[in-house]
Ligand binder design. Sequence first.
Ligand code: PMP
Length: 441
Amino acid sequence: MSHVFPRHTAKAPPVCVGGEGCYLIDSAGKRYLDASGGAAVSCLGHGDRGVIDAVKAQLDRVAFAHTGFFTSEPAEALADLLIAHAPEGLDRVYLVSGGSEATEAAIKLARQYFVERGEPQRGRLIARQQSYHGNTIGALSAGGNEWRRRQFGPLLLDVSHIAPCYEYRLREDGENAEAYGRRAADALEEELLRVGPETVMAFMAEPVVGATAGAVPPAPGYFRRIREICDRYGILLILDEVMCGMGRTGTLFACEQDGVAPDILCIAKGLGAGYQPIGAMLCSGEIYGAIRDGSGFFQHGHTYLGHPAAAAAGHAVVKALIERDLVARSASQGAALRAALEARFGQHPHVGDIRGRGLFLGLELVADRASKAPFEPGERLAARLKAAAFEAGLICYPMSGTIDGRSGDHVLLAPPFIIADAEIAELVDKLEGALSVALGA
Ligand code: PMP
């Protein structure tokens, strides 16, 4: 019997005992191709010596020194490296232990910023229906994933959720992508005017939507328009790149491709690449300056923030991404994987859309291609696909589309950037086989 919480399954999951490159290995010796990097985490693959050695070396020096008293060499080096490559205007780094901590801190930072500026009426957040920002109460409030939110109702913050930017289902016939992007972004202005812009502190969004919708990129111009609206009404733009950041989409930060810089940027997952739990919140000099010149202290903090071993991992990961040119590899192998998916599934009767950027790709599964009708939730297609793939030795990330009534089942692919051409071929073969099993074909 396992005493490990939280998951209860009739059959205990296999015990993972090893990892090599793009593969995980269980105690029976079975190898699994990690085609989703867990959940877009393992960007360097498993067993990366450079990161392991960096963590070990830091543990040999000192494992922990509380940030209430000290900073550390790896935390300083990581922050310097991130700021050197960050979107314009981002100037300070707050190191945390994961994605939810980063988004939670971002919400609190936005709030404190406006309180310190003498605008305490700005307390409302606007986010999107098709989004996931984490599982702590503030982050869960920001997310629009109904299934995850449902039972926590009375505790959640009052957040407005506008329609997502989701071309596959929401762009109208005859509407071009730019016009749709503008219309989708204008939903933010409409909501601001509805609730009163002076009551709003920030808009929060994932540049490329991950877990709730399977790598949905924004329409062209969407985020430029969002940025304009935020500026016009004096609200902050918080971008959540916990999943899509750190080279996943083919640029170090996903928002680079949209030509915008946020006021606050959240990253995690690929930052530690699975070697240590770490996330970060980057903020503008303007926000930092307001707090420095006000109370002088961001009223937040967890014991493990800025953990030296985690920071050493993060620093080694970012260095590897840059020095080994792995972000460009995410773009080029992403193009190769996308081409292979299009060749194999482009005409598949149950694949409605193939989308994403870099090595952050999604397939939307539909009962009927022409009408885009999703599968009935009761069919649990995503769960069956996940099980069939796992059985075949493929780890992918399918999700059921019952979230907001707007998406069908989908599968997210986010393999390590080191994925080889032969492994791309194996991925596509195994996915095709698993989909046939799941569809009962
Ligand atoms: N934001 C996004 C966009 C995410 O995808 C996730 C995790 N799936 C989170 C936040 C929360 O991150 P964590 O699970 O590390 O708390």
